[in-house]
Design a protein around this ligand. Structure first.
Ligand SMILES: *Cc1c(COP(=O)(O)O)cnc(C)c1O
Length: 362
């Protein structure tokens, strides 16, 4: 296979500086160092500080490392919910988080929106007894976002609930006010342009307090074994982890976060918007293609979902033969849609080139 450019919504193209940092890590023998020594502690600290700055995290936030975003869903439900989480569900990922709550026998609730639709503040109804409100900034299966203002307003209107935000396929794009929300999380194989194997959990002391309360008050209830929020937090305070962690991933994440800071989060955001507009503008005009998400305010800047008049698998094949990998539709839309990742790893020039290829392939 020729060298492909991955515009797939995760795993995706590697961040341009990834290879350089990987070589440095190998030269410094990072994969072999002990996770119980000073060197690892300084790696954890450096990655923590870079993410703290990148997301403007308040003092009371920890950055914890899990295996994946899936694991963070489980941790949030087991550690921060006694009975009632509430989920705004508009696609496969938000749905899976809700389903985990059912598998854990919680009495959770959900409000659903049609596939391709988002949530409006006016017609969301969050039950009063909600302990944890699960929001998704970017629903990857449908290419729908929840604008930051809506997230902030929902958090403010539900002060008794912990508000947690899935930003797996958009971070560092969303400008979240972490004083208003309580937790957000992502995994590194999406917009950070890294290999999979690390879930990153930004979490505040209100979540910790809830976990402590559950452990103290509910007899016979397990909140997990090695990855309990209380234990993760305790080890975080020493820049350590309960288990042998993905040391290489934690190191590389710190370096890429530093590169993103160097470039500037505003610049990354503007470039993402520019590339997204190029893609949406092209799709709007092109015969045989159609933007899936009707409401422009809900169209994702980082995962562009497009209806195809003909079988999308054929289009995807033609595009692959010309050097670009893109995603198929999700679930029942598999052969009716394409999904294009617009992550920071790809440049304006690459998107220009991709648009030419897409033009020839439909
Ligand atoms: C990919 C994705 C996940 C799951 O991430 P994993 O790293 O596979 O656990 C969760 N939420 C969203 C929105 C995603 O795009």
């Amino acid at each position: 296979m020729s060298h492909q450019t991955f515009l797939t919504p995760g795993p995706s193209a590697l961040y341009p500086s990834f290879e350089k940092h990987l070589r440095t890590a190998l030269d410094a023998q990072i994969p072999s160092i002990s996770h119980r020594g000073k060197k690892f502690q300084s790696i954890y600290r450096e990655t923590f500080e870079a993410l703290q700055e990148l997301f403007s995290l308040p003092e009371e936030y920890a950055v914890l490392f899990c295996g994946s975003a899936n694991e963070i869903w489980e941790r949030l439900l087991m550690n921060c919910v006694e009975k009632h989480s509430f989920h705004l569900v508009n696609g496969a990922f938000s749905k899976k988080f809700y389903q985990f709550s059912q598998q854990l026998h919680l009495q959770s609730g959900q409000q659903t929106a049609a596939f391709g639709a988002g949530f409006e503040l006016e017609n969301t109804q969050i039950p009063k007894d909600t302990e944890l409100l699960a929001l998704t900034h970017n629903e990857t299966s449908a290419g729908v976002i929840m604008p930051e203002e809506v997230i902030h307003q929902l958090a403010t209107q539900n002060p008794d609930a912990l508000t947690v935000v899935d930003m797996v396929s958009s971070a560092p794009y969303p400008q979240l006010d972490f004083r208003k929300i309580d937790s957000a999380y992502f995994s590194v194989q999406k917009a950070f342009g890294m290999p999979a194997g690390l879930g990153v959990w930004l979490v505040n002391k209100a979540c910790l307090a809830k976990a402590e309360e559950i452990e103290k008050n509910i007899e016979g209830r397990s909140t997990g074994t090695y990855h309990r929020l209380t234990h993760l937090w305790e080890t975080f305070e020493k820049f350590e982890t309960p288990e042998t962690p993905n040391v290489l991933g934690i190191y590389l994440l710190g370096k890429i976060a530093q590169d993103m800071l160097q470039k500037g989060r505003d610049t990354i955001r503007k470039e993402t918007d520019l590339k997204a507009n190029m893609l949406y503008d092209f799709v709007e005009k092109k015969e045989g293609l159609e933007i899936f998400v009707q409401n422009p305010a809900h169209r994702s800047p980082t995962v562009i979902v497009v209806n195809t008049a003909t079988e999308s698998s054929k289009i995807i094949q033609k595009i692959a033969a010309k050097g670009f990998e893109i995603g198929s539709g999700y679930g029942e839309y598999k052969n009716k849609q394409i999904r294009i990742a617009n992550f920071p790893a790809t440049s304006v020039a690459q998107i220009e080139e991709f648009i030419k290829v897409l033009d020839q392939s439909v």
